[in-house]
Design a binder for this molecule. Structure first.
Ligand SMILES: *[C@@H]1O[C@H](CO)[C@@H](O)[C@H](O)[C@H]1NC(C)=O
Ligand SMILES: *[C@@H]1O[C@H](CO)[C@@H](O)[C@H](O)[C@H]1NC(C)=O
Ligand SMILES: *[C@@H]1O[C@H](CO)[C@@H](O)[C@H](O)[C@H]1NC(C)=O
Ligand SMILES: *[C@@H]1O[C@H](CO)[C@@H](O)[C@H](O)[C@H]1NC(C)=O
Ligand SMILES: *[C@@H]1O[C@H](CO)[C@@H](O)[C@H](O)[C@H]1NC(C)=O
Ligand SMILES: *[C@@H]1O[C@H](CO)[C@@H](O)[C@H](O)[C@H]1NC(C)=O
Length: 461
């Protein structure tokens, strides 16, 4: 095997000179290590084993005794639901009852409630539900957020929580967008509240809710485990700054499905400490697409692994599926699979950026280290690119992207012209039909056999 690998490397490390799309990038030597294979894989048994979702056990039915469950109506605790009076105290009182009795529903009728920042904290007695039929709107007075400027609604330290109901959560974010440094260069860069946060929750289901116009992030899952999210409708204007749809941080075993997300930033962002994240049947646009990262800001060590995005329609976004890391960080983003994705007029449909820099926040230095990006599969990705570059791998010179695989990729420009791939410092494999490719014409046919054998053995081990 070692000999074989040596053989493989000596045959396949091909340095390909590059016909640059951007002049500024022309001086860089571009190391593209391409191998090709006639084998068509089965579509990722590799990952099926890897992403073992214990969330499969979770379902609405696992919240038993739904008939006999105690309903705690916020109106009975003084909520007015007129969209004008602050209902925070009533919600707190009702929550205390629900949490301390267990087997209970915090019931929010079909009216319009106004809330200041509020924490629904556990630990609670088991089987807590929150049924939102009406609308919950955020106070838009920044002075209400002085105690905690980063959160509006928070559910924390709760085991077995089920939030659902078809209602709406409205972050009323205009005032924060207006004061964002991305909108107004004279304003300082400060983070605004996340509309809905689930922090330290375990066995959590969030189903059938509309979340709109968040102050910043719409829904954040953090430090949680075994989470199932479905039927969310997340909307904010395309020009609202930093309004990520669903943000996943340090959360393991999370399934996000059947959701429609259109905001001013990432539809889904997956960051540090997240493992076994599955997103299926996601409609995304407008916004910045589905993103892993950013990782490694401020030279931090960050790890993300076991991500599966299967089934998405992404339209009119800045990116399609993206992995972005800052220079100078360490750790890894590995075992990632993007499959069955339809792109429509997406500026960067497939992109890895290991040189990410949000210059509006702080200037970026060239880093000595990088987050290692490894084992990323792109399968069945079709559609159109709004730019000429449909595939872009901008990887680090010292820490090239490893084991990147493209299989059944068919991307063209929005007008129907051929799109291009821009590739730098990436070890790449192709399976099946792949268009566009990174300068594929330079490959040496005789290397392919060796590559195939190597690939075959690497699967067996
Ligand atoms: C890719 O698409 C083909 C044809 O629709 C399908 O048979 C195959 O299972 C898909 N691959 C994956 C990884 O889903
Ligand atoms: C969520 O919506 C779907 C589709 O309308 C419905 O089948 C399901 O029962 C709803 N779930 C809950 C918990 O209300
Ligand atoms: C999602 O929310 C938007 C804005 O509130 C609304 O216009 C749209 O109809 C909703 N879509 C679904 C599928 O519920
Ligand atoms: C995908 O999600 C949408 C709502 O977001 C839903 O209407 C549709 O039924 C889902 N498709 C499948 C195959 O589950
Ligand atoms: C595609 O996107 C570009 C910019 O992102 C936009 O200018 C153009 O109008 C879009 N084209 C279509 C057909 O939607
Ligand atoms: C391709 O590989 C063969 C055998 O290793 C070698 O003889 C030939 O020169 C190579 N061709 C190119 C274009 O590198």
């Amino acid at each position: 095997m070692a000999l074989l690998e040596q053989l493989f490397f000596s045959f396949t490390i091909i340095i390909i000179s590059f016909v640059a799309c951007y002049e500024t990038l022309q001086e860089d030597p571009l190391n593209i290590n391409v191998h090709d294979s006639p084998f068509i894989d089965d579509g990722g048994t590799l990952f099926k084993n890897l992403i073992k979702q214990s969330t499969n056990v979770l379902s609405s039915n696992s919240f038993e005794k739904r008939e006999s469950i105690k309903k705690v109506n916020v109106n009975d605790y003084g909520a007015k639901g007129n969209g004008d009076t602050d209902d925070s105290e009533a919600f707190k009182k009702a929550w205390d009852v629900v949490c301390s009795s267990g087997e209970a529903i915090l019931w929010v009728p079909e009216e319009n409630y106004l809330l200041k920042p509020i924490r629904f904290s556990g630990p609670c007695k088991p089987n807590i539900e929150v049924q939102i039929l009406g609308t919950i709107e955020a106070s838009d007075d920044p002075s209400d957020y002085e105690e905690d400027s980063r959160h509006w609604l928070v559910f924390d330290h709760i085991k077995k929580l089920f939030v659902y109901g078809g209602g709406t959560i409205d972050g009323n974010g205009k005032i924060w967008w207006k004061n964002s440094c991305k909108r107004n260069k004279k304003k300082p860069c400060k983070d605004a509240p996340t509309a809905l946060t689930f922090d330290n929750c375990e066995d959590l289901i969030v189903e059938n809710l509309s979340i709109e116009n968040a102050q910043q992030i719409h829904v954040s899952f953090q430090d949680s485990e075994n989470v199932k999210v479905s039927g969310l409708n997340v909307t904010a204007p395309e020009d609202s700054p930093n309004t990520d749809g669903i943000h996943v941080t340090n959360t393991q075993n999370i399934q996000i499905s059947d959701s429609v997300i259109g905001t001013g930033d990432d539809c889904i962002s997956i960051v540090h400490g997240s493992k076994n994240v599955e997103a299926t049947n996601i409609t995304c646009g407008p916004g910045h697409g589905i993103s892993i990262g950013s990782l490694g800001a401020g030279e931090s060590k960050e790890i993300v692994s076991g991500i599966l995005v299967n089934g998405a329609k992404i339209f009119g976004t800045k990116n399609g599926v993206r992995i972005k890391t800052w220079q100078g960080g360490s750790g890894s983003a590995s075992d990632i699979q993007f499959q069955n994705i339809e792109m429509e007029n997406v500026t960067n449909p497939i992109i890895i950026n290991q040189n990410y820099c949000d210059k509006k926040k702080k200037p970026c230095k060239k880093g000595k280290s990088a987050i290692q990006i490894k084992n990323v599969w792109y399968q069945n990705i079709t559609g159109t690119s709004a730019s000429d570059i449909a595939v872009k791998f901008d990887c680090s010179e010292k820490f090239p992207c490893q084991e990147i695989t493209l299989q059944n990729i068919d991307l063209e420009c929005e007008g129907g012209d051929d799109a291009e791939a821009w590739c730098k410092n990436v070890e790449l494999s192709y399976f099946g039909y792949v268009k566009p490719r990174c300068n594929s014409e330079k490959r040496n046919a005789s290397t392919n056999i060796i590559t195939s054998i190597w690939k075959y053995f690497s699967w067996l081990t």
